[in-house]
Design a protein around this ligand. Structure first.
Ligand code: IPM
Ligand code: MG
Length: 356
């Protein structure tokens, strides 16, 4: 088969990690007989520098015309003083919205080989965990009205959700749970927020009418943040709003060992998705070949699984990563403290390629 992929490397370490993932894509293509037509587009700070705006029309159109999108990361201090509507992050948010990607899947799993990188107590890490965060991605406080008063000394952001937005995400969470351990934890703050009360009500309605076989429990977000480090093995699927999922997925990544390991898939109603590591652009290490490419490589695996229905190809990438980690190879972020024999990003990529 032939697939058109839009690559959006972005800023900071984005270009290096996307280049690594493209090498892996191509190798898998050779092995399984697929052709990938990959076109690169600008978004984020690099687009601001070139065109004065974070998301040029060609990028949106190119992504819309593709079978799937592979994204690196956007942003950096260089663009921190730019007005809010022109910030690099706007490119990412607008792409999610324009492509209709309302659900974000963020798997957080402890790799046996990396138990030593896990920041939790060994007895907690030993229980293992495998969590799928299902994050709402195109609503809530990220997209609500915001502003300042005339004097500029007071500001507001608004969280708003419709039952429709909540339901389509809850449906995805229940469907995914059925293929896993059939347990959904709906995260909210219904002891304080009205949107959370609607969230809880909507999730329960759908549960009763269509998914009574799935175990459902509710958890306040503050408690969820605590349970994630106290006993992550409790969770199977975590269903969250946009903001809560953003925060909890960073926490979950540290619990697995490094933010450099976590992949994500953003999905909507069509097969076209956007695949990106959950980490940022890390400008401090950009261009030094220090970035861990694994999160982006695993995001490419998710592209095979969710957009192209190529499970064997996805397994092949995931197994290659596991084998390299099991053999003891580490990038700097996951190396034992003080260790000197870690791999550069490009070396890690070569190790993974060799296992494919
Ligand atoms: C993420 C990032 C983004 C988000 C930023 C860069 C806008 O933190 O994908 O988790 O908040 O969604
Ligand atoms: Mg985030």
């Amino acid at each position: 088969m032939k697939y058109n992929i839009a690559a959006v490397p972005g800023d900071g370490i984005g270009p290096e990690i996307v280049a690594s993932a493209i090498e892996v894509l191509k190798k898998v293509g050779e092995k399984f007989g697929h052709e990938f037509n990959i076109k690169e587009y600008d978004a984020g700070g690099c687009a601001i520098d070139k065109y004065g705006i974070p998301l040029p029309k060609e990028t949106t159109e190119g992504c819309l015309a593709s079978d799937s999108v592979l994204l690196g990361a956007v942003g950096g201090q260089k663009w921190d003083d730019i007005p809010n509507h022109l910030r690099p992050e706007k490119a990412l948010l607008a792409l999610r919205k324009e492509l209709g990607l309302y659900t974000n899947l963020r798997p957080a799993k402890i790799q046996p080989a990396l138990a030593d990188a896990c920041v939790l107590r060994p007895d907690i890490a030993a229980k293992g965990f495998d969590i799928m965060i299902v994050r709402e991605l195109t609503g809530g406080i990220y997209f609500g009205e915001r502003g300042r008063n005339e004097k500029g000394d007071a500001a507001f952001d608004t969280e708003s959700y419709s039952a429709y937005e909540i339901e389509r995400n809850a449906r995805n969470a229940f469907e995914i749970a059925r293929k896993r351990k059939s347990h959904v934890t709906s995260v909210e703050k219904s002891n304080v927020l009205e949107t959370s009360r609607l969230w809880k009500e909507t999730v329960h309605k759908l549960h009763e009418s269509e998914y009574p076989d799935v175990k459902l429990d509710d958890m306040y977000v503050d408690n969820a943040a605590m349970q994630l480090v106290r006993d992550p093995s409790f969770f199977d699927v975590m269903l969250t709003s946009n903001m809560f999922g953003d925060i909890l997925s960073d926490e979950a990544s540290q619990v697995t060992g490094s933010i450099g390991l976590l992949a994500s898939a953003s999905l909507g109603d069509s097969k076209r998705g956007m695949y990106e590591p959950i980490h940022g652009s890390a400008p401090d290490i950009a261009g030094k070949d220090l970035a861990n490419p694994i999160a982006t490589i695993l995001s490419a695996a998710m592209m095979f699984r969710y957009s192209f229905d190529l499970a064997a190809e996805a397994d092949c990438i995931e197994n290659a990563v596991n084998k390299v980690l099991e053999a003891g190879w580490r990038t700097k972020d996951i190396a034992a403290q003080g260790a000197e024999n870690w791999l550069r990003g490009s070396e890690m990529t070569q190790k993974i390629l060799a296992e494919i």
